[in-house]
Structures are given as structure tokens and as C-alpha cells.
Design a protein around this ligand. Structure first.
Ligand SMILES: Cc1cc2nc3c(=O)[nH]c(=O)nc-3n(C[C@H](O)[C@H](O)[C@H](O)COP(=O)(O)OP(=O)(O)OC[C@H]3O[C@@H](n4cnc5c(N)ncnc54)[C@H](O)[C@@H]3O)c2cc1C
Length: 380
């Protein structure tokens, strides 16, 4: 099915090149990466070589100088083949680089953006064991000490932690101040006192590393503060508001991958003397899947376009993520049914989409947190 959504020539070219890369370079490695719960270094190298890890980095710093919409398209195309690989692309572009572009001073941008363009992976360390949805209840402290800060705390669930060379760490200058104490720090991996925990053994997106990041007296110079001290909450809110559009893109890509496999299989699998795609019951199932997919894609693209046009987009972004995560789960589930018994095994390509899809309703704001944002938006 050709997408009904109109892309301009530049966007269509980008989409085609990422689609080719995903099919040729990622697809043959998906199963091994899932089984070993490891991101193949060749895949990561390819992502950097194609500029997918620095989509919006200005040309001045060696990047592609692309748009936010481009980042969303890249995440979608990668996710159609492997939603786990899409995570590292998503976090790098829409959280880490986004925050640096928006809040980094010249010296910070010059120090980090060329590296993020070349081979450095970034991670976003906000969550803790006691602060997930209630992110600003975080307990990691940042104590001023001369021209430095000393960071102490434990960050949990940090995507790309095993590959990352740079961590955006959110800590508080004073827990009693609530969100007003929160500050964002640029913390290099090699910092003394920074320790990466073991990888979580996950249901899905297994090739994306998720781990604890412990900070035991990590000293960072005050020039490592991103934005203003005490204004880190704004960075978290703004980056996550935008990041969740790309998570919507990841789920649209995932749903498209599952749908397309089901469509192809339905034309090949024969029962009662004909391809199952000739049964109206199966046609109706495919029609529902295609319709939901198109709806989610339009919502995600619309939210991304609104953000790019500088219009208000927060409600639309939350709606897009909530809807995309809902229909992606339905589509991945339906794809397994269309495959029948083989769909329930690892010998089919759709089993993995069904495992990968669940995280869409949890990270970058659970579905309930999206509902809260949407309700605020429609009632204000
Ligand atoms: C694979 C993976 C990757 C992740 N990557 C990162 C990362 O890179 N960086 C990072 O900082 N974090 C990351 N996270 C953390 C993720 O963002 C949190 O898990 C998520 O925000 C939910 O927090 P929680 O797990 O503490 O759940 P909780 O906040 O404890 O929520 C539990 C349940 O309660 C519901 N709930 C909570 N509050 C309310 C409320 N007010 N009203 C209604 N319902 C409510 C939730 O919707 C949910 O269903 C990742 C998590 C996973 C699993």
C-alpha cells in the first residue's frame, strides 16, 4: 500500500534511502540481534555512516542539517524492520541532540555535536526507581563544590546505556525545591564514579540496551550544565513532548512492518484451495489494519508538522502516541492471527513485532500520562 500522506521530494528521498538501508543492512541481522540481545556494531556503524544518528545536526558540525520531521521519518523506517534499532536512533536525535540544539551554548555544541555525528551515542537519564511517571520526584542530587557539581544517584531504565559515550543526567540541586531544583548535566561515560549496570532482560526491543546508570560522586565542571541550573525540568518537558512524536513514528513503522508481512503471507498461504487473502474475512482484517495504520501515521505526521511550524502540538503529540501505541498493538496481534500457528513462533517475522510493541504504551510517558496531557489540552 502506498502511503496516502504527501511527502516533499527531499523527505521521499530520505525515506527511500533509509528504507533501503533497513532492508539490506538491518533485516538480515534482526533475529540474531534479538536472540543475543545485542545491537550489531555493523548496524550502528551503518546508522552513523548514513547520517541517521545526527539528522538535525547542522552542517557546521558535520551533520545533515535535516528537520525534526526527517528524524521522525528515519525512526519510522528503521522501526518497520527493527523497532529495537529504532530506539537508539530515536533517543540520539529527538532527545539528546534535540536538547543540545535547543539549550546548548556554542561551546557545548562545538564540543559534542561533531562527536555525536561521528560515532558517539547519547543517552537520556531521567527515570529512577522511585520516579517514573512522576519524573520530577527524582532523587539524584547535584551538590555544588567550587567550580563543579558532585552527582549522586541511580538512574534506571536508561536506553542505549551500553553503547553511550554521553549521558544527559537530570539531578536536583535541592530535593526540597521539587521540580525547581532540577538541572540537566552533560556527563561523559568515562567520568569517575559513573557505572553502567547489567542489561535488563526484556520482553521486546531486546537489541536496545536498557540499564541502570549509577552516579557515585561524579564530578562535573559547571560548564557541563545544559541550560540554566534549576531549569532542567523545562528541558525534560520539552524534549519528551517532542520525543513522543517520534515514538509514535516508531509505532507506525512497527505496525507497518507487521501489516506488510501479514499482507504478503495472506497472498501466499493457501487453505480451502485458494490464498487466504481471497476470503472476505481475511480481507476485512487487512482492511482494518490498513485503516488504523493510516490514521496513526496521519496523526504522527500532523503532530510533527505542527511542531516544525512552531504551532502548539503538545495535545496532538500525546494523542498521536496514545493512538499509535494502541493500534500498533492491535495490528501486531492481528498479524500473528493472519499467520496462524506459524505466527506464534520465532520462525515468523511477526512474533517479534508483538513483543516489541508493548513498550510503546510505557516509555516516554505511559498511556495514562498521555491521557492526562490530552485531558489538560482539551479542557484548558
Ligand atoms: C525499555 C525501557 C526503556 C526506557 N528508556 C528510558 C530512557 O532512556 N530514559 C529514561 O529516563 N527512562 C527510560 N525508561 C523509563 C520509562 O520512561 C518509565 O518506565 C515510564 O515513564 C513509566 O514509569 P514507571 O516504570 O516508574 O511506571 P509508574 O510511573 O510506576 O507507572 C505504573 C502504572 O501507574 C500508572 N500511573 C502512574 N501515575 C498515574 C497517574 N497520575 N494517573 C493514572 N495512572 C498513573 C501508569 O500509567 C502505569 O500504568 C525506559 C523504560 C523501559 C521499560
Amino acid at each position: 500500500m502506498a502511503p496516502l500522506t504527501v511527502l516533499n521530494d527531499e523527505e521521499a528521498m530520505l525515506q527511500a534511502s533509509v528504507r533501503r538501508f533497513a532492508r539490506e543492512q538491518i533485516a538480515p541481522r534482526v533475529r540474531a540481534m534479538d536472540e543475543s540481545a545485542t545491537l550489531d556494531p555493523l548496524v550502528l556503524k551503518g546508522l552513523f555512516e548514513l547520517g541517521l544518528m545526527s539528522v538535525e545536526v547542522p552542517e557546521l558540525y558535520g551533520g545533515a542539517g535535516g528537520t525534526f520531521f526527517h528524524s521522525v521519518l528515519c525512526v519510522e523506517e528503521i522501526a518497520a524492520v527493527d523497532p529495537a534499532v529504532a530506539v537508539i536512533v530515536d533517543v540520539q536525535n529527538t532527545l539528546v541532540i534535540n536538547a543540545l540544539l535547543r539549550y546548548g551554548v556554542d561551546q557545548q555544541q562545538a564540543a559534542w555535536l561533531p562527536k555525536l555525528n561521528q560515532s558517539l551515542v547519547g543517552a537520556y537519564a531521567l527515570s529512577e526507581s522511585g520516579s517514573g511517571s512522576d519524573a520530577f520526584a527524582l532523587a539524584t542530587t547535584a551538590r555544588p563544590d567550587g567550580d563543579s557539581y558532585i552527582l549522586d544517584g541511580r538512574k534506571l531504565w536508561i536506553s542505549s546505556a551500553h553503547e553511550a559515550g554521553l549521558f544527559l543526567v537530570f539531578g536536583t540541586l535541592n530535593p526540597a525545591e521539587g521540580y525547581r531544583g532540577i538541572t540537566c548535566f552533560l556527563v561523559p561515560r568515562e567520568s569517575d564514579g559513573l557505572h553502567i549496570g547489567k542489561k535488563e532482560d526484556k520482553l521486546g526491543i531486546r537489541a536496545s540496551s536498557t540499564a541502570e546508570v549509577a552516579l557515585n560522586g561524579v564530578r562535573v565542571h559547571r560548564s557541563a550544565v545544559l541550560g540554566q541550573p534549576g531549569k532542567g525540568y523545562k528541558i525534560a518537558i520539552e524534549t519528551l513532548n517532542e520525543g513522543r512524536i517520534a515514538i509514535g513514528g516508531q509505532l507506525v513503522g512497527l505496525a507497518r512492518g507487521a501489516y506488510q508481512h501479514a499482507l504478503v503471507y495472506s497472498k501466499q498461504r493457501r487453505q480451502f484451495g485458494k490464498p487466504i487473502a481471497e476470503f472476505q474475512g481475511v480481507q476485512f482484517q487487512l482492511a482494518e489494519m490498513a485503516t488504523k495504520l493510516e490514521g496513526a501515521r496521519l496523526m504522527v505526521y500532523n503532530a510533527a508538522r505542527l511542531r516544525e511550524a512552531g504551532k502548539s502540538f503538545v495535545t496532538e503529540a500525546a494523542m498521536a502516541k496514545l493512538y499509535a501505541s494502541t493500534v500498533a498493538e492491535e495490528i501486531a496481534s492481528q498479524a500473528i492471527e493472519i499467520f496462524g500457528g506459524i505466527g506464534f513462533t520465532k520462525d515468523s517475522p511477526v512474533e517479534k513485532y508483538y513483543r516489541d510493541v508493548k513498550i510503546g504504551r510505557i516509555y516516554e510517558g505511559t498511556s495514562n500520562m498521555q491521557r492526562i496531557t490530552i485531558a489538560k489540552g482539551i479542557l484548558s
